[in-house]
Every structure is written in C-alpha cells, then in structure tokens.
Design a protein around this ligand. Structure first.
Ligand code: ATP
Length: 489
C-alpha cells in the first residue's frame, strides 16, 4: 500500500503538467508554472561553504558567539501536512537535545539524514526546524558550492564546512541539492574534481565522533542519481520522503499560511483546485493574495485567493493589450475548441474558466480546468491529448488547413509530452507493450498523435455550430465559467 501511495504521489507529480490545466493559444502557457516564493524565515544561521569575504567571516564569527538557538528559528509547528516526516525528525531533535538519554539505551545518532522529494515540499524548512527544535546551530551549504573547476577546491570546501561544524558542540549541517556533488560515479563522465569532492564528503561523514552530536541533513529532488556510497548505512542512512501534498495536506498548509497572514477567510475550494501544487506553491499563492489585499488596504478575502490562483497558473491579464479583430476571433475559436473537447473528452476535469484575454505569460487565451486528484488513466490521458489538440483542430475546421496559425505550438508540445508519458512511463498503449522507458520508434508516437487529433477533428466537425456559438459568446464576454459555457452552447 505504501508503495502504491508513493507511486501515486509521483504519478500525480508527473501528471501535474497535464492536470494543471492550461490549454492556451499562444506562447508560454502550456508549461504549468511552479510558483515558488520562499517565505522569509529569519534568524537561522546560514553559512555558505567556503566563503571568503571578510563580511562572511565576520558573520560566521558573530554566529559562533551567538546563542545556539537563534531567535526566530523555524520549528516543527511551521510545517504542516507531512506529519509522519515531522515525527521522524522530532525523534532526531530529541536526540540532539539530549544525546545521553539515547546513548544510555545504546542508540547512536544517524550520521546523515537524506530528505528527498519534489521542489518546494519543505525540505529546507524541515532541516531548519530540526535545528530550531533541538536548539542547536544550523550550518547551510549548497551542493553546487562544492562543484568547482579546479581539482581540489571542492574537497577543500567540504573539509572547511566540517571543520566549522566541529567548532560547535552540537549542530545541524544542511547540504541542499546534494546531487550536485553526490552523483553516482562511473556514468561515463568521469571528473577528477567531482570525485575528490565526493570522496572528501564520504570521509568527513565517516569521520564524525558520535559523541559530538553532529547531524548532517542533505536534500535532493533526485535521490535516484546519488552515489550508492553516500546512501549506504553509516552515511545518509535515514531517508525521509517529502512528497507533494494530497488534498487534506493542501488544506492544512493553506489554512496554516492564511492564519499566519491574519486572513479572515479559509481556503475555500482551493485545496481541491491545487492538485500538484507544492507547499511552496501554496505559500506563494497565499502571499500573492496578501499582496493584492494590501494594495486594496484590506485583509485577504476569498476573491483575492481566487485571483491569485488564476494568476499563478495563467499569469496576469494584460488589460492594455488589444489584438486586432481577426486575431481575437481566431483566439476565441481556438479556446472554444479546447473547451468543447474538455466537456466531451475530460468530464472528470470540469472547466473552471475560459478566457480570451491576453495574459502576461504570452498567451492569447486559455482554458483552466479543475484538476483531478485521481491517478491518470489511459482514458484521461487520451482525453487530455485531444483537449490539447482541439484548439488547432477548431482552426482547421473553420479556417481551412492553409490558415491554421502557429498559435498551437505549446499545445503540440504538451500533447507530445503526454503521448511520451502514455507510452514510455505508463505503458498504456497496448500495441506498444508495457516496458517503461523502452524505445518506441517516433513513427508510432506520431501515429498516436494523429489518431487523437482525428478524434478532436471529428468531434468539432460534428459540433461545428456549437463551436461557433461558443466562440461568439467568448468574444462578447471575454471570460466564461462552466455554467456560462453550457448556457452558450
Ligand atoms: P527545493 O527542493 O526547491 O530546495 P524545498 O523542498 O527545500 O525546495 P523549502 O525551501 O523548504 O522547500 O520550502 C519553501 C517554503 O514553502 C517554506 O519556507 C514554506 O513557507 C513553504 N512550505 C513548503 N512545505 C511546507 C509545509 N509542509 N508546510 C508549510 N509550509 C511549507
């Protein structure tokens, strides 16, 4: 079951691009954004490894002299929606606070903890909270700080970081993006500098004196690329996954950040609409709503959250932009094609909004769908491919093949990526077999795209009257919700 849950999470993460909803006319929209804004959590010591400037040295000195539990440090109360991971980290915080208690029972502190999961799922925050809860110092470095051109420099920086760590009685050393220096060796791209740096890290990890109560926490989005020597027992032997939040977790994260922002409203429908968002994405959304509320001189209200949600996916509306009449008609028809295909082929992802207003992401218009929290199926993936292709199909039906525009470039890329997943990741094309990652010839992939495009063409040809009616209403109303779309056709 746990395996299934993990698989489910990774599938949802992978499916994010498709269920995060945008099929749009023009450039830039089809790539689902990953909004990311780090919350300002002040007061924790963050030392870049190998820093040379006098200012950095002065800061490091000041930190050494400061209290071990810096004021304003993060705590486990700052992290919600991943209670199991917090429980594991709580045990480590207890150990750091009172190592004797564990030593009496014969336990030893794990040498290293590897936090892994998609970007923005709270790995850095978790490491800071560990130091904050344990009341110990926090040294922060990034894996890329150690990736240097000259042989020996990276290794020197690793040794310097650990030398600094040894100056503390107890501390957490956090290495973000450890994959930058800890990639598996022997992949054909041998590099003496990288090898030396990794070796230095491996030997430092083994060199700890257990009584010193250091803990090295590393984070990565790609645990599968790490060298096995790093993840073997005795090094990063505790692995904790931080996955994308499910619906309940999204509700808790949104409520948490809304409370912190002093909002008078709850998250409303947002937990259901934000499938595929990370904790950072949700925090960023609340922050965006708070900025809008501040501009209006009031507290966050539901309408601010809704606007921030739409903006996080589609960008801001370019009110000043006024395309010529011919382009407006083309955009309206294109979006009407997406919308009709969505109603017919993807009923499990109902339309939230159809817009023909240009956005700052370069789109002339877009269709926003309510993402589904379920696992993608062959049926839903094929539906999503048809929806992506339906804008172009609508143009072909009404304007003729010679007059199809370049506005579907992103849609085509999105459709291609869905076809590749259908075949390579999920093995959901019966004729092409089950083997994930197996090379199917490009012809076979093209045939799938053509097949789904023919379905979109077929639907819109049959429903041409509805298509044109919807396009006309879109031109008049500019933005329509599901009910308005249903009324118009
Ligand atoms: P990356 O892999 O890109 O480095 P990360 O996993 O380290 O990202 P953080 O930097 O820890 O992510 O998260 C950024 C911000 O997102 C946090 O400071 C916090 O505001 C918010 N956040 C992320 N996850 C959670 C969570 N589970 N609960 C509350 N807030 C969260």
């Amino acid at each position: 079951m746990e395996q299934l849950n993990k698989h489910f999470q990774s599938l949802c993460a992978a499916a994010m691009g498709l269920c995060l909803l945008v099929a749009g006319f023009g450039a830039g929209v089809a790539a689902a954004p990953e909004p990311r804004q780090l919350a300002a959590l002040a007061g924790v010591a963050a030392l870049a490894a190998g820093s040379v400037s006098a200012e950095r040295r002065r800061q490091a000195q000041a930190l050494r002299q400061s209290a071990l539990a810096p004021e304003g440090a993060a705590t486990f109360d700052d992290i919600v929606g991943c209670e199991e991971a917090v429980e594991e980290m709580r045990q480590l915080a207890c150990f750091l606070r009172d190592p004797q208690r564990f030593e009496r029972a014969g336990a030893r502190l794990p040498r290293g903890v590897l936090l892994y999961g998609p970007p923005g799922t709270g790995k850095t925050l978790m490491a800071r909270a560990l130091a904050g809860e344990a009341g110990v110092a926090f040294l922060h470095a990034n894996g890329s700080d150690f990736v240097q051109m000259y042989v020996g420099v990276g290794a020197k920086r690793v040794r310097e970081l650990f030398r600094r760590a040894r100056e503390y009685e107890r501390c957490v050393v956090f290495i973000d993006e450890i994959d930058a220096l800890g990639k598996r060796r022997g992949g054909g791209e041998e590099n003496a500098e990288r090898e030396q740096t990794l070796n230095a890290l491996l030997s430092e990890l083994c060199g700890f004196q257990p009584s010193k109560s250091f803990l090295v926490v590393a984070a990565t989005n790609r645990p599968e690329v790490l060298d096995e020597a790093l993840t073997r027992p005795g090094r990063f032997d505790r692995r904790i996954e931080l996955g994308l939040p499910d619906r309940g977790a999204r509700e808790r994260i949104l409520s948490h950040h809304l409370k912190r922002a002093g909002a008078g409203c709850g998250p409303g429908e947002l937990p259901a609409l934000t499938a595929g968002f990370s904790g950072a994405g949700l925090e960023s959304l609340v922050n965006e709503a708070a900025m809008q509320a501040a501009m209006e001189g009031c507290g966050i209200q539901e309408r601010h959250l809704q606007a921030a949600f739409v903006e996080s996916l589609a960008g801001k509306t370019r009110r000043g932009a006024k395309p010529d009449e011919k382009t407006q008609r083309r955009v309206a028809l294109h979006e009407a094609g997406h919308a009709l295909a969505c109603l017919r082929f993807l009923p499990e992802e109902p339309i939230l909004l159809v817009s023909v207003l240009p956005s700052t992401r370069g789109a002339g218009g877009y269709v926003l769908r309510r993402p589904s929290d379920g696992l993608p199926t062959r049926h839903s993936l094929r539906g999503a491919i048809r929806v992506a292709l339906a804008g172009r199909a609508a143009e072909e039906i009404v304007f003729g093949g010679e007059e199809v525009s370049a506005g579907a470039a992103n849609d085509l890329r999105a459709a291609e990526s869905l076809v590749r997943r259908l075949v390579y990741e999920y093995g959901l094309e019966p004729e092409l077999g089950l083997m994930p990652g197996r090379k199917a010839d490009e012809e076979a992939l093209c045939a799938i795209l053509d097949r789904e495009y023919a379905c979109a063409l077929g639907l819109l040809s049959r429903e041409r009257d509805r298509l044109e009616r919807l396009a006309k209403s879109l031109l008049e109303q500019e933005q329509m919700d599901l009910q308005a779309v249903l009324d118009a056709i």
